[in-house]
Design a binder for this molecule. Sequence first.
Ligand code: ATP
Ligand code: MG
Length: 286
Amino acid sequence: MSEFIDLVNLVKIYKTPKGDAVIVDGFNLKMNQGEFVSIIGHSGCGKTTVLSMTAGLLEKSGGNVVVDKKEVAGPGPDRAVVFQAPNLLPWMSTLNNVMLGVNQVYPHASKKERHQICEYFLNIVGLGDSMHKMPNELSGGMQQRVGIARALALKPKMLLLDEPFGKLDSLTRMDLQDILIKILDKNQMTTMMVTHDVDEAIYLSDRIVMMTNGPAAKVGEILEIPFEKPRTRSEILEDPRYYELRGRLLSFLEEQDHKKKEFKPKAKIEKPADEPDDNSEIKKSA
Ligand SMILES: Nc1ncnc2c1ncn2[C@@H]1O[C@H](COP(=O)(O)OP(=O)(O)OP(=O)(O)O)[C@@H](O)[C@H]1O
Ligand SMILES: [Mg+2]
């Protein structure tokens, strides 16, 4: 497999009223074409920051993002992003929400062809019957599927997923994980996914990157997931290696938690009021 993504020494310094906050400092990661890498780490460590710099949506303070051997400076249709909330335009139908991106990526296609592209991807995520519904007529899980269809319809080389299933109930979450696996089986896309769910990370990933706590977060450890693909949940759950991997992830997070408690910053980095500052979002349930 060839190397497709190279994140070289990424640095992010946010300017705050109390001075510069070095959030990410020297984040290095190479990803092969078609590889699925999850990023896991405590809330506020800088996962979204790394993902957004990779997407080109956030300016870097240092380092390089290299995609297919070319350094990229900004966003592009080669890298599609799905966030926790799909942010659909409420005045547009499901179809037209997907069409927005398709219009940009296929400007020379006929209206009929663009319609077919949207239809194809909405069918893939199981929304063939809801194409003409408005976002407020869709459940949270259905809206998230539109977000995934919208990203896929751009025919990206890379998918960047920031807790894409974080707001969904566990059954819908499992359903969408399986849909994602099927899509990635058919379309070899290099995928980076931020998640708080260790089980989701093990089920979907080829490798899991564990980030150290901020400030100055970087790659702490990388866990290779040895299970062959395609995978089934039951096979994984029966494999004793699953419990070892899970144990390693949880103990890394616990070690980071201890370090965080020992760490007494000179200048406190402000967090938004709604951001938890403990490990409460890390899901431990199987
Ligand atoms: N625009 C900004 N200005 C200042 N600080 C910021 C800004 N955006 C993020 N931060 C800080 O950078 C740190 C990392 O934020 P980021 O959103 O990347 O964390 P995260 O790992 O994705 O967290 P979560 O798991 O809660 O989503 C946090 O401490 C956050 O408060
Ligand atoms: Mg985040």
